[in-house]
Design a protein around this ligand. Structure first.
Ligand code: NAD
Length: 417
């Protein structure tokens, strides 16, 4: 089954278009659609921060809770200059589908602050995080809404969030996930999203009867998700021939020595690494590699540049890395795309493990975390693959069909309609 989607500039409208297609496909009743089309709650708050130079800056912060029929709202917090309500709404809706797809007892939410974290000092970031947390804390809660790291945030930011929340409500480690291990974080949360990306890559390669050893991979984004995906792909036998961060893109056809690159990045920028050639970011997206993994920001493949893609497989590690127009055009051209809600679900999965460990006050060891992650990722991939084959759908359409159906069922069971 193919679907055609009109181009639109609102990301939330795009997410809604895909939802409407899925709702039609499933024959969902109008009342369920009404509940799922719009978020349950959206907040935008002022985040005033006294800067180190004595000036006051007022940032914009957001938290959107899309749907909580299956459990507490769950979703990351993003610090990036491009954060706005439209983006956070879209990402919150994606979280609802992602949690349902991998069958976690969570609803979907997202948050963020429109800021450039690289331009803020550590003291300023700490202040911004505390003020943002205070201003949204009345809609958070261990059984209500549990934030996590995303683009531009990390374990340190989660530690500040936990501390700020705790000052008001008492010690509550389960209020955020992705915390440092010393504060109740889960082992392997940091690597979890990248690890999940590699699990889907391995499952797909097994389906396509491709050996990792003869498969080349290019990865855009070398932060939490991209760098772990790269390291673990190499560990699984893949040849990572290109990587990029916001400052530079690198290419080495023989495979990049990631250990050397990681050492280099401790003191130097990506662009001065000698073990690879410098290429443009657009060139990376257009490389004739076997697998392309966008793992940086939204909207990197759009109606303007999808034609340049030469990889036959895309693993969408970053949320909404492909616009709907690019996704539709590339799918029609025969490119196999593993959608974001499946490819990057490893992060929320280990967040779920962290939350359960915090509630039980019991820590799992690394082996258990990784084994549970592998099991759930494999089950989710197989369910999506089976649905796609059975109904002649793309992997994205199949993933949406499974997820939306589950959320709709929870809505009916709760008696919302
Ligand atoms: P991060 O901040 O740790 O890293 C982002 C990386 O992308 C950095 O290397 C940055 O330099 C690079 N980058 C930014 N703009 C770029 C550009 N224009 N070209 C090339 N590289 C660019 O963020 P992250 O946590 O790795 O998140 C990346 C993506 O994965 C986001 O879409 C996020 O929503 C998604 N995601 C993250 C998690 C998680 O657990 N962190 C979970 C699920 C999904």
């Amino acid at each position: 089954m193919t679907a055609s989607f009109a181009g639109t500039r609102s990301r939330f409208d795009e997410a809604t278009q895909l939802f409407e297609w899925t709702a039609d496909h499933l024959g969902l009743e109008e009342e369920v659609r009404l509940l799922l089309r719009q978020p349950f709650r959206e907040m935008h708050v002022q985040v005033p921060v006294r800067m180190e130079d004595g000036s006051l800056q007022v940032f914009r912060g957001y938290r959107v809770q899309h749907n909580g029929a299956r459990g507490p709202y769950k979703g990351g917090v993003r610090y990036h200059p491009g954060v706005d309500l439209d983006e956070v709404r879209m990402l919150a809706m994606l979280m609802t589908w992602k949690c349902a797809l991998v069958d976690l007892p969570f609803g979907g939410a997202k948050g963020g602050v429109s800021c450039d974290p690289a331009a803020l000092s550590e003291v300023e970031l700490n202040r911004l995080t505390r003020r943002y947390t205070q201003n949204i804390s009345h809609v958070l809660g261990i059984n209500r809404d549990i934030p996590a790291p995303d683009l531009g945030t990390n374990a340190q930011v989660m530690a500040w969030m936990m501390d700020a929340y705790g000052q008001r409500y008492g010690y509550t480690p389960g209020i955020v996930t992705g915390k440092p291990v010393e504060l109740g974080g889960s082992y392997e949360r940091e690597s979890a999203t990248g690890r999940g990306v590699v699990h889907t890559l391995l499952s797909l390669c097994a389906d396509l009867r491709r050996a990792p050893q003869s498969t080349t991979v290019a990865i855009q984004g070398y932060g939490n998700v991209g760098s772990w995906a790269a390291r673990l792909a190499v560990e699984a036998g893949f040849r990572v021939i290109a990587v990029a961060d916001v400052s530079a893109a690198l290419y080495n056809g023989a495979g990049i020595d990631l250990r050397a690159l990681d050492q280099h990045l401790q003191h130097e920028p990506m662009g001065t690494f000698r073990g690879a050639d410098r290429i443009g970011d657009d060139e990376l997206l257009a490389l004739p590699c076997d697998v392309l993994i966008p793992a940086a920001i939204d909207d990197v493949l759009t109606e303007d540049n999808w034609q340049s893609v030469r990889a036959p497989v895309i693993i969408e590690a970053a949320n909404h890395a492909l616009t709907l127009a690019a996704d539709t055009a590339l799918t029609d051209r025969g490119v196999v795309i593993v959608p974001d809600i499946l490819a990057n679900a490893g992060g929320v999965m280990v967040s779920y493990f962290e939350w359960t460990q915090n509630i039980q006050q019991f820590r799992w060891d690394q082996a258990r975390v990784n084994a549970e992650l592998a099991k759930i990722m494999k089950t989710a991939y197989q369910a999506v693959r089976a649905k796609a084959d059975e109904r002649k759908l793309s992997l994205r359409q199949a993933a949406y069909a499974i997820a939306v159906e589950r959320v709709a069922r929870a809505i009916r069971l709760r008696g919302f309609v």
